[in-house]
Design a protein. Sequence first.
Length: 207
Amino acid sequence: MQKQIVQILDYGIGNLNSVCNMISKCGGKPVLISKATELNLHEKIILPGVGHYCIGIDNLRSRGFEDVLREAVYVNMVPFLGICLGMQLLFDSSEEGNGIGLGFISGKVKRFSTENNPSLKIPHMGWNTVKVRKSCALATTEDEEMRFYFVHSYYASCQNEDDIFMTTNYGNQFVSAVNKDNIYGAQFHPEKSHRFGIGIFTNFIKI
């Protein structure tokens, strides 16, 4: 049986090896894409990312990825998954600089505030639980509480509640995963989240 190809964007910012290893472990065939001309517009795409929002979006655009991603996502409707910073780049904008995001998901990325909770540590780092808010192709069927690994100082705020897939509590509730049609995003790192991350990637490969 031929393995499902999963394209992983290499735009100078992200945990590429960890994501590639997990895709292989889950039965997919990871393919690193560093040039827009290499992108197959009919195969699944993952946008990983760690670091500054503006650097991430600038790197995507300077490498010519934005237009081809729009064609793949909106015309060909390929499954598309953003991870950590990659999820944040799906949104319209961020408080982390003045960069304009991809706008695939309506909303804004905001910084965690300690105003009402001075003891809150930023970044939010470590394991935390999620609450599934709607049915989604990435959702696992396990009844037990799911835990994922997070490292981030900013979180996404959805304009449309229908786009919220998962939420997590850290000081206040925030959106930890999104879904809109064929577009998916995870603020946590499924590639570092053991069997729960394996469940996310396995379901993404099966879409």
